[in-house]
Design a protein around this ligand. Sequence first.
Ligand code: NAD
Length: 480
Amino acid sequence: MFQLKNYINGELVPPASIQYIDNFEPATGKIYAQIPRSDKADIDKAVASAKAAFPAWSKMRTEERSAIIMKLSDLIEENLDRLAEAESRDNGKPLWLAKSVDIPRARDNFGFFGTAIKHFASESHRTGEGLINFTTRTPIGVAGCVSPWNLPLYLFSWKVAPALAAGNTVVAKPSEVTPMTAYLLSELCIEAGFPKGVFNIVHGLGAEAGNAIVEHPDVPIISFTGGTSTGAHIARTAAPMFKKLSLELGGKNPNIIFDDCDFDKALKTTLNSSFANQGQICLCGSRIYIQRGIYEKFRDAFVDKVSKFKVGNPMADDSRMGAIVSEQHFEKVKSYIALAKEEGGTILTGGEAVQLDGEFAEGWYLRPTIIEGLDENCRTNQEEIFGPVVTIQPFDTEEEALALANSTGYGLASTIWTQDISKAHRMADTIKAGIVWVNCWLVRDLRTPFGGMKNSGVGREGGWEALKFFTEAKNICIKY
Ligand code: NAD
């Protein structure tokens, strides 16, 4: 059985405990690799090596740091097919999706921050005659980065790239559910020529390896993406230690479709925004609100298209959807479908597992599911399901749509479909979400602030926001 290794102090090493966790292939439900079950001893080693590497890395000329990060970006491009296959196998997502979105985006994350750091500037103010204020932005130290399983290399690189570009050294932990591409990345880091200890990748469970990063006194800055309850736990540990903290958490995003939308475009995009990556994207819209005038027409067309989705082998080109990431998550999503029925919902399509044949017979496949007849206060509409399950509900007025959109504790993303520009602005202005898409979805510009309000997180990633987060501002006032 293939055993992954940790990447510590520039080398691929087994965990100190020599304990491993099974790594499953969602498409077959079978174990296909083993992951280091790292603990505090491994994290201590990784943090010590990152701390030792910090002075040289943080003082290195920006161009030299950038060149190493750009080399890693190039190596991801050279290994795109291999990485995409690994991502699809580890996560269950369709190979075409990993090839067209996940891995290109991981490449671009390093490329974006590798160049952004060369343009990152701080301010200077002439306060008066003989008085000048200027601000320096310096790297902080060892950054702890913890990422989830849904977009494994994409989100992992989204954190570590700005942390490294800004001059921090890094101890990062990918999700134990999908560790493979981060492991392959560690091989590429050696090839890219990262100095020893600058970038460390440690595998293991959240409660063990993850917690050891968050608790470590020599890790003053934490960037976390994952579930809201994990985020709350991390905040409880990190806040009394006054660590700098960025939390990108769960969502329950509304999709608001007005009568005056471009019907075909709204329908086509809603198919994606509901079920891309088996609905396991924090930005997927899971509550679809449709204005009464087009409710039935939209519902029927939506149900018709979704009922024809092919769910199957993630490696097959014609699989629109692949497998759910793990048995535990598969059971969780099914339990929410059962809950929706108990709460009085009607399943319009889906609602059940898909039984495939042969080697895929034990895989975790679910039909995309659309539920009608639930109000906004029920648990199905309040709690994050994070799978191929959406609810639909009609509304009459703009005020009602806004109230529905803002009716959960989350505030990550939202989508509005209308041809009325004033209405779009009014909605976008008042909706409580960090990201609003009007007449589109998942259009990403890496310069924009990314993050959520309310229970969806604290802080923003992306562009200058990320480089500001990963640096400490100091203002120096000089009288001359
Ligand atoms: P999770 O919170 O279970 O785990 C995320 C990461 O945290 C994993 O690496 C895990 O090992 C680690 N972890 C778990 N407990 C920890 C602890 N006590 N201390 C330190 N680390 C710990 O989340 P998940 O199930 O992997 O991912 C799904 C969640 O992530 C969903 O809620 C989804 O909405 C959210 N998510 C949010 C964004 C965003 O940008 N806001 C993006 C993707 C996913």
